[in-house]
Structures are given as structure tokens and as C-alpha cells.
Ligand binder design. Sequence first.
Ligand code: G3P
Length: 207
Amino acid sequence: AVAAPLVALLSYLLGSLPFAVIVSKIMGLQDPRTFGSKNPGATNVLRSGNKKAAILTLLGDAFKGWLAVFLTQQAISNWGWAPTLLGVSAFFAFLGHLYPVFLGFKGGKGVATALGVILALLPWLALATAATWLIIAYVSRYSSLAAIISAVFAPLFYLLGAKVVWPMNASIATALVLISAFLLWRHQENIRRLMTGKESKIGSKKK
Ligand code: G3P
């Protein structure tokens, strides 16, 4: 009975680690919440002009999501905890990134963290989703557009692969739909900027 709240809390705390802010601070860079889109995420850290910081942010934010789900997987296989906890862990790690306790609940948009949790849940789904992101990003040069389109496709890819590549798991399916919905909702300003031609392209510097 304590397992679900415990998994939710620990996953949320891991997800709350704001690597954009941590990495920028350690590397002596400006706080990403003060320039560009003001979003604490890898895309906005890249606007500082420091590629290494952006990559470390991406890796850190993905890793924390992966780790939360990985630890839950260990508890399931070693201690016989319920497999439904996978969805709980995935969703709460993602939610931690959006509403981090360490940043007054003002976090990022969840793209890297979503990829990390999916990588732990279903590596093939992560590959398909990351490939979608890369193709759209390469063609359009918009990080946000790539995230929006990938967020629409990830649950569809999940359904396509269910029963064929992986077993259907209601808790994972629910988590994926919720993650997609929150991720799209967090991109509303980006959607507005995309529609008015004001979105900045990948690699353009901060203003
Ligand atoms: O990872 C978030 C990305 O999709 C958009 O970031 O800074 O352009 O709002 P940003």
C-alpha cells in the first residue's frame, strides 16, 4: 500500500532535478530562466551559445527520467512490486521536471525527461520517437515543432507496437497519453510563436 506513493514521490523528486539550471550554474553560464524562451531546458541552454552545456542538460534531464523508471523496474523484479508502478514512476518523474520542488514548481517542458522515461520503459519506442524528433528538427530547425509532432506520434507508436513488439500495458499507455497531453499543453507559447512565425530556430543565439 505504501509502494505507489513512495514510487510517485521518489520519481517526482528525481524528475525535479533541474539540469538546465544546475549545469548552467556549475559552468558559470547565465541562468536559462533569464533569456531566450526563459525555459529551463536543453534547447534554451543552447541559446547561450554553449553546446556542451546544452548536451549535458539534455543528458541529465533524460537520465533522471530513465533512472526513476529503472529503479522502479528493479523494485518490480526484485521485490515483486506491482508492474502498474511503471506508469506511476514514468508520469511522476516527468511531472517533477514540469513542476520541480527545487525551482518553486516552475520547470521545463519535459521533452528530454519524457524521452528518458520512454527509453527505460520501451527502448524501441524511444528509438522511434527520437527518430521522429530528429527528422522534424533536421527538416524544420524548430526544436519545439519536433517535440510537438513527436508527442502526438509517441502514443500512436505505442499502440502500433502493442501486442506485436511489446505487451499492452494499461499503466504505460495511460502514462504516455498523460505525458503527451502535458507536453503539448506546455508548448502553447511555442505553438503561438510557430503560428506567427516568431519561433526561434535551433542554434540561434539568445536575445
Ligand atoms: O525542449 C523544449 C523545446 O521543445 C522548446 O524549448 O526553449 O524553444 O521553448 P524552447
